[in-house]
Unconditional design. Structure first.
Length: 611
């Protein structure tokens, strides 16, 4: 509950704060159902409509955000006053509204988490552990307090995970209810829950495997009957795929080669396989000992490994053994076989083995698989309790153990919730845990920039701006093509008055991501500075220096015909007619009716003896 006062953080920006469909309230729901989850944000960033391999179609959580927005009130901030003071006041009012809205969204997230845990407990008692109520309770309790789930609850965007698991559990519950009652309404509810689970997150697709497995193990059906009983659930799956195919557009070209979208873009085939299997052990480690926690594990926080890696062989041995036990236990229709299968089928989706998920790993990604983990723990805790014949000593020992688990989890979860209070608090913490991540370092630099922007003290502004640069330097050293890091470093240099370095970063952004919206401000400032400098140097009869300044201005705004004309004129003044003519031709390509460029080109052609 200490997330209630949190603002927005991390992916909240992508799917809530900068999502026009959400901010349209109920009227935006049709667009949400007909769009990739990040379409609105991508459009606002001039990135096209799908920047992720395979896309992300998760409309249900976004529908809840839109409904919340309708209840909270559509934002009608007036930006008609374009004066600096008016714009600043309007932005302040909008930010206050968004912050208040996020407080409410955090409350809803926690309430949905509570509901999902109650449903999880019912699912465990009714379907998985019907004869072991204590094991079901202990499993649900451990799941509830586990610190690795902090991200799912504290990051409102991760409501998709909460809703997905909620409806996965309800699908099992209603499917088993129908199996016993044979009432059509129960079947309809089961299918609706399955469709809602799919619309929450793609992960629910694994129910086509888990449902027949559950019928086989817990209803003692033979394999043929188990599969036959599950065929009806292909109908909601077909509906989901129809909706998805109509909504998700093809990914833009080049994503597979982009390290920020494909974590193994720089890995060899053997390194990719070895790294994917090795990382599975990281998930198990965090489930057993959830420390340290981080919102980011992207390139290059987890280095590639090859087949010589000890962790690869250890992970292969551990998971190979688990798969063997799963097979043997399923043959015996033992509940632990289902628990391990539950862990593995969801894990397979986040392993990068089947599909590129855009990151090596993430704590929120283990949310579903952790159900299998806690079922195993709950089972062995109850069995240990029974072995001691439920004596007073056994009760005290079990109670003491659970108190230790809950209190220890609380000591980790409660402060971690506050790390998620805002981008600033989160990024400044997580860069210490992920010091070799491009994203973590860029985000830490942006957190420092936010501090600088939120103070009016000039000395403090400079101090925070200077603190940002080493983080951004580190990010660029890890991936020189990451435009966001170049942009933010350029803005820092701009604030510090270092125009040469600001110009260099501006050029890098122009090279790697010329449509990045925030580039416009940096480009304008750099351009204005160098145009004025060029004019000043030209007036001082320093043609060489003026030419260099005009070239800087043109590089910062390469699509501006007037700047290209200035550059061409400077070339001609410096007797570099060939270069001047080329610049004039580019000017006329951009603006064919540019009269001064046409006149100067005619003079240059005449001087060069050209028609």
């Amino acid at each position: 509950c200490n997330t209630f006062s949190n603002d927005w953080a991390y992916d909240d920006m992508l799917v809530i704060i900068q999502n026009e469909y959400v901010h349209q309230g109920i009227s935006g729901i049709p667009k949400i159902f007909n769009a990739d989850a990040f379409e609105s944000y991508s459009k606002s960033q001039n990135e096209g409509t799908n920047q992720l391999t395979a896309g992300r179609y998760r409309p249900l959580s976004m529908v809840t955000f839109a409904v919340e927005q309708q209840l909270l009130g559509i934002d009608h901030t007036d930006f008609s006053d374009t004066s600096k003071a008016g714009a600043k006041l309007a932005f302040k009012k909008q930010k206050e509204k968004l912050t208040q809205d996020m407080h409410f969204r955090h409350v809803v997230n926690v309430l949905l988490f509570v509901l999902s845990v109650i449903v999880l407990l019912y699912f465990l008692r009714k379907v998985v552990l019907p004869g072991m109520p204590l094991a079901a309770f202990l499993a649900a309790l451990i799941f509830t307090v586990h610190p690795i789930h902090t991200e799912v609850v504290a990051n409102v965007k991760s409501r998709d995970e909460i809703l997905s698991l909620l409806f996965v559990c309800l699908t099992f519950i209603k499917a088993f209810t129908y199996r016993d009652s044979k009432k059509v309404k129960d079947l309809v509810l089961a299918c609706v829950c399955f469709l809602l689970a799919l619309l929450s997150k793609e992960y629910a697709v694994v129910l086509v495997v888990l449902l027949p497995l559950a019928f086989y193990m817990f209803k003692k059906d033979d394999l043929k009957k188990s599969i036959g009983s599950s065929l009806v659930y292909l109908a909601p799956l077909a509906v989901y795929f129809i909706l998805r195919l109509s909504a998700v557009k093809p990914a833009v070209e080049g994503l597979e080669g982009d390290i920020m979208n494909n974590p193994y873009a720089f890995a060899s085939a053997s390194e990719k396989i070895a790294s994917e299997i090795s990382i599975l052990l990281n998930y198990l480690r965090l489930l057993v000992f959830p420390h340290p926690l981080s919102s980011d594990y992207t390139y290059n926080q987890i280095p590639y490994v090859d087949f010589a890696s000890i962790q690869f062989w250890l992970s292969l041995a551990v998971h190979g053994a688990l798969l063997w036990f799963m097979y043997r236990l399923i043959q015996k229709r033992h509940v632990l076989g289902f628990a391990i299968a539950f862990y593995f089928v969801f894990m397979l989706l986040i392993s990068n083995i089947v599909v590129n998920i855009g990151a090596p790993m993430g704590e929120r990604l283990i949310y579903h698989s952790s159900i299998g983990f806690v079922i195993v723990l709950g089972f062995f805790l109850e069995k240990g309790y029974d072995r001691m014949n439920a004596a007073a000593a056994a009760k005290a020992l079990l109670a003491g153990l659970m108190v230790v688990i809950v209190v220890a989890s609380g000591f980790k979860t409660v402060p971690r919730n506050k790390d998620w209070e805002s981008n600033s608090t989160l990024f400044s913490k997580d860069v210490l845990v992920a010091p070799n991540s491009v994203i973590a370092n860029t985000n830490a630099g942006m957190a420092c920039v936010d501090h600088a922007n939120n103070t009016t003290d000039e000395k403090e502004q400079r101090e925070w701006t200077l603190k940002a640069i080493p983080y951004l330097d580190k990010a660029i050293s890890l991936n020189n093509q990451f435009a966001q890091a170049h942009l933010n470093r350029g803005l820092c240099y701009l604030k510090l008055g270092d125009m040469e370095r600001a110009s260099n970063d501006c050029d890098s952004v122009q090279k790697y991501f010329p449509t990045l919206p925030a580039l416009a401000y940096l480009s304008y400032e750099v351009t204005t500075y160098y145009v004025n400098l060029g004019l000043k140097l030209a007036a001082e009869n320093k043609p060489v220096e003026a030419l260099a300044a005009f070239k800087r201005s043109s590089d910062a705004s390469p699509s501006n015909p007037d700047l290209l004309y200035n550059l061409a004129f400077a070339y001609c003044k410096n007797n570099q007619m060939q270069e001047g003519r080329a610049a004039l031709l580019r000017t006329l390509q951009l603006k064919p009716d540019h009269a001064p460029a046409r006149n100067l080109l005619a003079q240059v052609n005449a001087n060069m003896g050209l028609q």
